[in-house]
Design a protein around this ligand. Structure first.
Ligand SMILES: [Zn+2]
Length: 77
């Protein structure tokens, strides 16, 4: 049983599935988290993920990495 990746120290292996940039913790000046973790445990920068959802051809967005369906209400972190 491994710990969820967000419970570990942020490191170089935590890469956004869309931008491939290293994820970083914290919030921006609007209080929005920089990153979002889907229930499939894939992490993304929030803005590219919202763009992805916006451009999604179906009503139910899918994870850019593993294609599991999620709802925006599922967004955490
Ligand atoms: Zn995923």
């Amino acid at each position: 049983m491994t710990k969820p990746w967000w419970s570990k120290k942020w490191g170089k292996d935590k890469i956004c599935g869309i931008t491939h940039a290293r994820l970083r913790p914290g919030t921006n000046k609007n209080g929005t988290h920089h990153t979002t973790v889907l229930k499939c445990q894939h992490g993304f920068y929030t803005n590219p993920l919202l763009e992805w959802v916006k451009n999604c051809p179906t009503d139910i967005p899918t994870c850019p990495v593993c294609r599991i369906e999620f709802k925006l209400i599922d967004l955490i972190c």
